[in-house]
Design a binder for this molecule. Structure first.
Ligand code: ARG
Length: 267
C-alpha cells in the first residue's frame, strides 16, 4: 500500500516536473550538498574584443565566432553552464585565467608550446596563418617578410603576430626594434596603418581578411604558420577541459560548428 502510494506520488511529481531534477529535491530537503545532485558549475569566460570576426563589440554588445562557439560548446558540456563574459587586453588573458578572474579563454588564442607551460588548451577549433596587411591602393607591396625591412610594422602585444615580427624580423636583424609598434589591440593598429603612421601589420589571416572587407587595408601576402586556436583553461581544470572537449565534439557532430563558420566566415 505504502509502496503503491509512493509510486503514484512519484508518477505525479514526474508529471509536474519535479522528480529527477535533483535541484528541486535538494532545495526542499534543505540538506544542501546532496552528494552529486548539485546544479551545473558556472564558468566565466574571458576574451579580447577588436579581433573580428572572432570577437568584437557591435553597438556595445560582445559578438563573434568565439562568443557563439563557446556558448554552444558549454551548453553541450555536461555539468557546466556559462555565467558570462569578461573583457581584457589580449596580453592580460592568461594572467586573468591563472588568477581565477576567468575560467576559460575564448580569444582566437593560438596553442603554442610557450603558453602550454602555464595553461592548458582544449582541442583545436580553428586554424590560421599570419597575413601581412598594408594600406589599400598604396605603393608599398612587400612579397616576403624581409621586404618589411626599413618600414614601420605593427602587431598586437602578446600575440603570435608579434612573435613573428620579433623572431623573424628583429632578431634576424631585418628590422630595427624602433620600427616595431606594439598595440593593445589590432583595431588601433589598423587605424595607424590607414593614417600612414605604420606601413604594415602582421595579423591572423582570417582577421586580416575581415579588416580588408571593412577598412582601407588589404592583405599583401600570407606567412604560413599553421596555427591552431584552442580555448585556454587552467592546468588544474582537467574535468572541465574534458567536458569542453566533449561539448566541442558534440557541436561539430550536430552541425552547429558548420552553421557558425558560415555565419561568421561566410563559407
Ligand atoms: N592568434 C593570435 C595569438 O594567439 C592572436 C590572437 C588575438 N586575439 C584577440 N582576441 N585579440 O596570439
Amino acid at each position: 500500500m505504502t509502496k503503491e502510494f509512493s509510486l503514484d506520488r512519484r508518477a505525479y511529481l514526474k508529471t509536474v516536473g519535479v522528480v529527477g531534477t535533483g535541484l528541486g529535491v535538494a532545495g526542499c530537503s534543505g540538506t544542501g550538498d546532496g552528494g552529486g545532485s548539485d546544479g551545473p558549475t558556472a564558468i566565466t569566460a574571458g576574451t579580447a574584443p577588436g579581433f573580428p570576426p572572432f570577437e568584437m563589440k557591435e553597438e556595445g554588445e560582445l559578438v563573434g565566432f568565439d562568443i557563439d562557439l563557446l556558448e554552444a560548446v558549454v551548453s553541450e558540456a555536461e555539468g557546466y553552464e556559462l555565467d558570462g563574459w569578461k573583457e581584457f587586453e589580449f596580453k592580460s588573458l592568461i594572467p586573468a585565467l591563472n588568477s581565477d578572474k576567468i575560467d576559460v579563454v575564448a580569444a582566437g588564442m593560438t596553442i603554442t608550446d610557450k603558453r602550454d607551460e602555464t595553461i592548458d588548451f582544449t582541442d583545436p577549433y580553428y586554424s590560421s596563418d599570419q597575413a601581412i596587411v598594408v594600406r589599400k591602393g598604396g605603393d608599398f607591396a612587400p612579397s616576403e617578410l624581409s621586404d618589411l625591412s626599413g618600414h614601420k610594422v605593427g602587431a598586437q602585444k602578446g600575440t603570435t603576430g608579434e612573435s613573428v615580427v620579433k623572431s623573424e624580423l628583429i632578431e634576424a636583424g631585418d628590422l630595427k626594434e624602433s620600427n616595431y609598434n606594439a598595440y593593445d589591440n589590432y583595431v588601433l593598429a589598423v587605424q595607424d596603418l590607414e593614417n600612414g603612421n605604420i606601413d604594415a601589420i602582421v595579423i591572423d589571416q582570417p582577421v586580416g581578411q575581415t579588416f580588408e572587407a571593412n577598412r582601407d587595408v588589404s592583405i599583401q601576402f600570407t606567412y604560413e604558420t599553421g596555427e591552431k586556436f584552442g580555448f585556454g583553461v587552467r592546468t588544474d581544470a582537467d574535468e572541465m577541459t574534458t567536458a569542453l572537449n566533449d561539448g566541442l565534439a558534440a557541436v561539430r557532430e550536430g552541425g552547429t560548428y558548420e552553421e557558425l563558420t558560415s555565419k561568421w566566415f561566410g563559407q
